[in-house]
Design a protein around this ligand. Structure first.
Ligand code: PEP
Ligand code: MG
Length: 757
């Protein structure tokens, strides 16, 4: 059964549109469990109707015509209860609704299971038998498993089908292009052209791309195939003395396959239809893989790997022969399975409007970078049909996480209006640049920026920030092939310290591990976020830590605006050791005759143990800085990068709010300032609560600064305190967020928390 299931899922994933996907499901399921009928009904949410979308067994003419409102009929009962219903004689059931056009009077046995994706019922999968009989438990569990596995594939196919607008067929009404839901990554709305980026030699990640000079493309393809033929012939010759003739016969099979109509011929046809060679190749290879995968014989099934291997070899040559120089159009929206910080850096800043990544979430580092660059981002867009959207018009709403592909005129106009309103709001907010972040009742809070790239220094300076509250030093480490030398580091830190002087700059010591890897320092762990990360690595490698601290302290000579911040402290001994090393550096530099000044040192509070020991930590350092990104992850046990649990990740969770209150209280006892430098600080509604709690400074992405300043300048601390006391009785994050959003709307500040003004 597992094999059958795997094959159905594979086939459905390859379907071109929803109709094809649903037909595959009903046909395969019907034959797998040898029943008389298999049908799929999908819920049309707008009309609140279950619509027959595909059937094998009922009258095919009924597809699109059988519609039942969501409170009559057995199918809708399955959907309503969100559980399977197994009945020996459906016709006798009082809930049964007869549809003459479906010719289902001959069928008695009925088993319906819900198709559920992200908690939402999408539709119902039904099997029927002519006999009066209850289906077996095995049938029931199989159908439930099929439905659970296929829900995502159905959403995917639905999204793909919707791309080219409404399909001209009888079900037109039910193919309405819906937005695809991702997660808000960075605020703002991007409207532009999708440019799909993918890692090299990954055939599944290749998008389709329209070309006009098809003959030139066919030539490129032929050259690549010729190169693979040469590689394989050479390989076969080299192995002549090692492998017996019959084993080398495999290479002959490869050569035959390469030159066959089935691979090369069909790919050429596809290119001539207008797809570029890598896209046409992907389609051919996946089609063949599927055919081999379906074979019962395990030897033949393994040939799927050979086809794939050939595909990869041709692709490598294609990519070598025509290094993929992407032309970035104006308003590029960068799209990919797993967009990395370096991919983002490849797009010229003036061309980049937004980014969409299938993996990751709001606190992934690529989203943090997007915010630093003031471009909108949608993360965790797991239902996005990436291979089919290159070159299409696309809208990414970084506030709601919604994505619209080839949007209608109406949607485009609506978003254009929101973008214009946003731009006007931004201009208005820019006017606040040189004004203090002071509440109406005269309370001032420092607003600082988070940084990590030399390129963000100029926008950070222009934003009116009072300093850098968090400089993530790992970014310059990531861009290199080896650890940077002391002098290289000193020079980078010096530029940052100099440009902000006399304002303070907080440089954080290296925080790699977790989701931040250095290409030249690989760490393989089962649980990287609970493993060797941040201060744990640098204390184990004092040679790296000492060089970094020396570079920092030397960079500040004559400026003296440096503060050092230690990440991931979970134990007092770690702090004691780190402080010992910093003092060692300071002493050595003094001995060397350098005119250094001991910088202020602070600790990040980003692990639950540090919350409970905030007092002990505060006593030993000059300041505390709360890293709400990790603190939320560790307090709620929700991976900050996992889209599947992203709905559980919210820094407004009551537990996080209470933890911050506790840290503020502990710091007060020792008279030490506290800042917040996680993404929460840049969330306008959260900033209001942090102000009320008495946080001394907020450090955020440059793009959030003016919004937060606007909030602070338009409220009194008294009012903020009152709101804080009101939300402290709310017991869940969603309740708190709704309450705060509503408070903002009521005060005419809705434009700060959603698109538009
Ligand atoms: C945090 O964890 O809140 C933080 C600011 O650090 P990073 O996002 O780099 O882990
Ligand atoms: Mg952190």
């Amino acid at each position: 059964m597992l094999d059958i299931l795997r094959r159905i899922v594979q086939e459905v994933n390859l379907a071109n549109d929803l109709e094809q996907a649903l037909n595959i499901i009903v046909q395969r399921v019907k034959s797998a469990i040898a029943v008389d009928v298999c049908s799929i009904f999908l819920l049309n949410e707008e009309d609140k109707e279950y619509v027959l979308m595909a059937t094998d067994g009922l009258n095919a003419e009924a597809v699109g015509k059988v519609r039942m409102s969501d409170n009559v009929g057995l199918v809708s009962l399955v959907g309503k209860r969100a559980e399977a219903i197994n009945i020996a004689d459906a016709i006798k059931n009082p809930r049964y609704q007869h549809f003459p056009e479906a010719s289902e009077e001959a069928f008695h046995g009925f088993l319906g299971v819900p198709i559920i994706h992200h908690r939402k019922v999408l539709g119902v999968l039904v099997i029927q038998s002519s006999k009066v009989q209850k289906f077996s438990e095995d049938d029931e569990t199989f159908l439930i498993t099929v439905a659970a596995q296929l829900a995502a594939a159905i959403v995917h196919a639905e999204a793909s089908g919707g791309i080219d607008g409404l399909k001209q067929n009888k079900n037109e009404k039910d193919y309405k292009a819906k937005p695809i839901n991702g997660l808000p990554g960075a605020p703002g709305v991007a409207m532009g052209i999708a440019v799909v980026m993918y890692p090299p030699a990954d055939i599944d990640a290749i998008p389709d791309r329209h070309i006009s000079d098809t003959e030139k493309e066919v030539k490129l393809f032929d050259i690549a195939v010729e190169a693979v033929v040469k590689d394989i012939t050479g390989l076969s010759k080299r192995l002549k003395d090692v492998l017996p003739e019959e084993d080398r016969a495999l290479f002959d099979v490869y050569l035959l396959m390469l030159n066959s109509q089935a691979i090369s011929g069909i790919t050429r046809d596809r290119i001539r239809e207008g797809n570029w060679a890598p896209g046409a190749l992907r389609q051919t290879i996946r089609e063949h893989e599927q055919v081999f995968n379906e074979m019962e014989d395990s030897y033949l099934r393994e040939r799927a790997d050979d086809v794939r291997d050939l595909g990869r070899r041709i692709l490598m040559h294609l990519q070598e022969d025509s290094p993929d120089k992407i032309e970035f159009p104006d308003n590029t929206v960068l799209v990919g399975e797993d967009i990395s910080a370096s991919m983002l850096a490849e797009v010229p800043r003036d061309k980049l409007a937004g980014v969409i990544s299938v993996r990751g979430s709001r606190t992934s580092h690529v989203a943090i970078l997007a915010r630093a660059m003031s471009i909108s981002a949608v993360m965790g867009a797991t239902d996005l049909p990436v291979s089919r959207i290159d070159g299409r018009t696309i809208i990414a709403d970084g506030y709601s996480g919604q994505i619209f592909i080839s949007p209608s005129k109406k949607v485009t106009n609506e978003f254009q209006r929101l973008i214009d309103e946003e731009a006007a709001l931004s201009d208005e907010l820019m006017e606040l640049r040189d004004l203090p972040a002071k509440t109406e009742d005269g309370i001032e809070i420092s607003l600082l920026v988070n940084s990590g790239l030399l390129s963000d220094i100029t926008p950070s300076l222009q934003s009116g920030a009072e300093g850098i509250g968090l400089y993530r030093t790992e970014f310059p480490f990531m861009e290199r092939q080896t650890f940077p030398s002391e002098e290289e580091q000193r020079s980078i830190y010096r530029q940052v310290l100099e440009s902000f002087h006399p304002r303070p700059v907080t440089l954080r010591t290296l925080d790699v591990g977790g989701d931040k890897a250095l290409p030249y320092f690989p760490i393989e762990e089962d649980n990287p976020f609970l493993g060797w990360r941040g201060i744990r690595i640098t204390l184990d490698h004092p040679e790296i830590f000492l060089v970094q601290v020396r570079a920092m302290v030397r960079a500040s000579i004559g400026l003296n605006n440096l503060k050092i911040l230690l990440p991931m402290i979970s134990d007092i001994n770690e702090l004691t050791e780190a402080l010992g090393l910093i003092h060692q550096v300071y002493g050595e530099l003094l001995e060397e005759g350098e005119e250094v000044v001991m910088p202020e040192v602070g600790v990040m509070i980003e692990v639950p143990s540090a919350v409970y020991q905030a007092g002990s930590l505060a006593r030993r350092v000059d300041f505390l800085s709360i890293g709400t990104n990790d603190l939320t992850q560790y307090l709620l046990a929700v991976d900050r990068n996992n889209a599947r649990v992203a709905s559980l990740y919210d820094s407004l969770h009551p537990a996080v709010i209470r933890a911050i209150l506790q840290v503020v209280e502990s710091a007060r006892v020792h008279n030490k300032p506290v800042s917040v430098c996680g993404e929460m600080a840049g969330d306008p509604v959260a900033a209001l609560l942090l102000l009320a709690m008495g946080i001394d400074s907020l450090s955020m992405s440059v793009s959030s600064l003016s919004r937060v300043k606007w909030v602070i300048r338009n409220i009194t601390r008294e009012r903020a305190r009152q709101i804080l006391s009101e939300i402290l009785v709310i017991e869940d994050a969603a309740g708190i967020r709704n309450y705060l959003n509503q408070t903002f709307e009521d005060a005419g500040m809705g434009g700060l928390v959603r698109a538009g003004n």
